[in-house]
Design a protein. Structure first.
Length: 82
């Protein structure tokens, strides 16, 4: 099984794969996230890379997007939603 790195927020993970499209970062199954890990697991769909979103300064299962994420992710205007 591949090692899964931990990041404090979604944009910290997104920066490592060089992608700004928020549609490429869905959560992995809720049972894995909530019941087994206590943190969000996010997958980059283009590379199949997964990451734990966990910040030791925040409570378990905090939102995977932090204030910095809204300035990082750029979603072009499109007719099709994510």
């Amino acid at each position: 099984m591949a090692r899964i790195d931990t990041y404090p927020c979604a944009c910290a993970f997104a920066k490592t794969v060089g992608d700004k499209d928020p549609c490429h970062f869905p959560r992995v199954g809720m049972a894995d996230n909530v019941l087994y890990r206590g943190c969000w697991i996010v997958k980059h769909t283009l590379t199949d890379t997964e990451a734990y979103i966990r910040d030791p300064k925040r409570p378990p299962l905090h939102a995977e997007a932090d204030v910095c994420c809204f300035g990082y992710f750029v979603q072009p205007v499109a007719t099709d939603p994510c």
